[in-house]
Design a protein around this ligand. Structure first.
Ligand code: NAP
Ligand code: CA
Ligand code: CA
Length: 262
């Protein structure tokens, strides 16, 4: 299995490097078009990236299924054989407003289990890569699990529009500090490296969190819903990815005053 995964991985890394060249061109073209809104134009870039990945699958792995943000149809057979989950651009608002802090999130599942995962930070050209049975890498260098961190010593990350005020302030009081990047993939990657203690998305779509399953598993992080239950990769939903040292206290605070909306 590992050898087969490594072969698939080589094709995917090659494709990501191709996107590294093409996405800046697509974005430059986007600037030239003025008639539609910038959000619509980004949606077109999303679609082009997803179509490009679909072409790679058709050419190299025709039996693989694609469950992407832009074209998700049938969900019945996604637990059978190979299924890719793709968010071609995560952090769309950041791209439009800041031209920074956006990424691709890509993951392969085999019979419902995660086996390959990628988060690629386009502007910083940082590739987080996980190969089941092999290792987790940042730009080719092995990434070790982060140290265990207590909540009081950790930066934490969540959308402040969807937590109630009291819960939010309880979390802020219990932690070292708060930062939000605004792209679920990049906020999650900060937990991989120990820069954040945890990230919460109260209404994550499957493509926001597809890659995080394998990174969490291989880096010894917690990734569950808010009742410490596994998340279904086909449905997504309330999501926490956390350093094990922050996890229980965060959930206790999050739930004790019924503190969030979907
Ligand atoms: P944002 O700053 O534009 O994006 C932050 C992250 O949320 C990105 O990963 C983004 O993925 C994703 N996202 C964007 N729209 C979303 C949506 N409608 N539902 C779920 N995830 C979404 O967005 P935001 O301020 O967090 O939220 C955008 C909308 O979702 C708002 O109306 C917000 O109230 C609602 N919402 C967000 C959360 C949360 O925990 N972040 C929870 C519940 C509801 P893309 O860049 O790929 O779109
Ligand atoms: Ca997303
Ligand atoms: Ca997206």
């Amino acid at each position: 299995m590992t050898e087969q995964l490594k072969q698939i991985d080589q094709h995917v890394v090659q494709w990501l490097m191709q996107m590294k060249q093409e996405v800046p061109k697509m974005l430059a073209d986007m600037d030239l078009q003025t008639k539609t809104s910038r959000f619509d134009l980004v949606t077109n870039v999303d679609k082009s990236i997803e179509q490009s990945f679909e072409q790679l699958l058709t050419a190299q792995f025709p039996e693989h299924q694609l469950y992407g943000e832009e074209a998700h149809h049938d969900t019945e057979k996604l637990r059978e054989g190979y299924t890719w989950v793709l968010d071609p651009i995560d952090g769309t608002a950041n791209l439009v407003k800041q031209q920074d802090d956006f990424c691709i999130i890509l993951a392969l599942f085999y019979n419902g289990e995660p086996v390959l995962s990628y988060i690629y930070d386009y502007p910083r050209q940082k590739l987080f890569q996980a190969i089941k049975g092999e290792g987790v890498y940042l730009n080719g260098t092995l990434l070790s699990p982060p140290p265990i961190m207590a909540l009081k010593d950790s930066m934490i990350s969540f959308n402040n529009k969807v937590l109630n005020d009291e819960t939010m302030h309880d979390l802020l009081d219990a932690s070292f500090g708060y930062r939000l990047i605004g792209a679920c993939g990049l906020d999650s990657a900060k937990v991989f490296t120990g820069q954040f203690g945890m990230h919460i998305h109260t209404n994550a779509k499957p493509w926001d969190i597809g890659a995080q399953f394998l990174f969490a598993e291989m880096l010894g992080l917690k990734m569950t819903n808010f009742h410490q239950e596994p998340i279904d990769f086909i449905h997504g939903g309330p999501f926490i990815i956390s350093n094990p040292g922050c996890y229980e206290q965060t959930l206790e605070i999050l739930l004790q005053k019924g503190g969030y909306e979907k």
